[in-house]
Design a protein around this ligand. Structure first.
Ligand SMILES: [Zn+2]
Length: 330
């Protein structure tokens, strides 16, 4: 057998059997000092101080190990440390992981410079805040995401948006704001996370609702103003059906509905799973008018998609995607 002194210890893959105790509020974690230090230089500096002897006054120790304080919430620290130490906990998307855990990992991987976890968290979030809708068309497939992110939970967007801005992942913001804009004031204002939502972001949300109403108007305009196809087989009926559909739909999708009968202010998904729309487009108008309206609606849809960044005061999609490329690569 080879003598120990002749074995080669590979630098960076030789962890001392040392432990460090991290403390966040009243929660403590005992983890490998070496693994932490290998994951980020911030951690290396944090845990690198010489270990004072246990029992030294004024030094907090647990099991004789000095305690390093983290000024983060335990709710953030736990998923973050699990992601660092358990390779099966936070796998690349679309492996299931809780949306709020992704936010915690995003926040702390950015703060402590753990680049691969930061990038992974951003890629997870693109499944609910897409930069390119094509893989998700029709967009209601977003509802089947792997993050447990659900429509109707306004606090998820209220928690995500300030963090996404803080870590400068601006390309995720247009759809995150779009999502927030689908809620009514009555749903947003009572949330505890609205009270802590930064004031400049609050102003963006307040203007956003008007823009969503305008977008809903634009979708109806494209159907209501559509002229029958030159090959229309029954002009009077097609014109009349277009008018009837628009009159009914615009009222139904109006944000002035009672909250009990609410519909999302969701112009991009408005007719995605709508029986009224399906009936109108499939049964009420002729084939050539149907194709013409579908094509025009598609054009308007993409115009609205292109407007999303401007709706929340951001630069155009291509500028945001360049920034994405710098952080995540092509
Ligand atoms: Zn027709």
């Amino acid at each position: 057998m080879q003598g120990e002194e002749t074995l080669k210890r590979v630098d960076g893959l030789w962890f001392d059997a040392d432990a460090v105790v991290l403390r966040a509020d009243d929660t403590v974690f005992r983890v490998s000092r070496s693994v932490l230090a290998a994951r980020s230089t911030v951690f290396r500096d944090m845990v690198a101080f010489p270990q004072p002897a246990a029992g030294t006054p004024d030094v907090e120790t647990i099991d004789g190990i000095p305690v390093v304080r983290m000024f983060d919430s335990p709710e953030d620290v736990e998923p973050f440390l699990r992601a660092v130490f358990d390779s099966s906990y936070f796998m690349p998307a679309p492996a299931p992981i809780d949306f709020l855990a992704v936010l915690s990992i995003l926040r702390l991987s950015h703060k402590y410079g753990v680049e691969y976890l930061f990038q992974r968290a951003l890629l997870h979030l693109e499944h609910v805040y897409p930069v390119d809708p094509s893989p998700h068309r029709p967009l209601h497939t977003l509802a089947t995401n792997h993050l447990g992110y659900q429509a109707g939970k306004v606090e998820l967007d209220l928690r995500a948006i300030p963090l996404i801005r803080q870590v400068e992942a601006t390309w995720l913001l247009p759809f995150a704001f779009y999502s927030l804009g689908t809620y009514y004031f009555e749903e947003v204002f009572p949330s505890a996370f609205w009270a802590t939502f930064p004031e400049d972001l609050q102003r963006i949300f307040l203007c956003l609702q008007m823009k969503h109403i305008r977008m809903i108007g634009a979708m109806h305009h494209c159907v209501g103003e559509a002229s029958p196809s030159p090959k229309c087989r029954s002009e009077d009926q097609c014109i009349s059906e277009m008018a009837v559909f628009c009159c009914t739909s615009i009222l139904f999708n109006s944000p002035l509905n009672d909250i009990e009968e609410r519909v999302d202010l969701d112009p991009l998904l408005m007719w995605d799973q709508s029986l009224a729309w399906d009936n109108f487009i499939e049964n009420q108008i002729c084939e050539s008018c149907r194709l013409k309206i579908l094509a025009e609606k598609e054009d308007v849809w993409w115009d609205l998609w292109e407007q999303l960044p401007a709706n929340c005061g951001l630069e155009k999609w291509d500028v945001l995607k360049q920034r994405r490329q710098v952080v995540l690569g092509p």
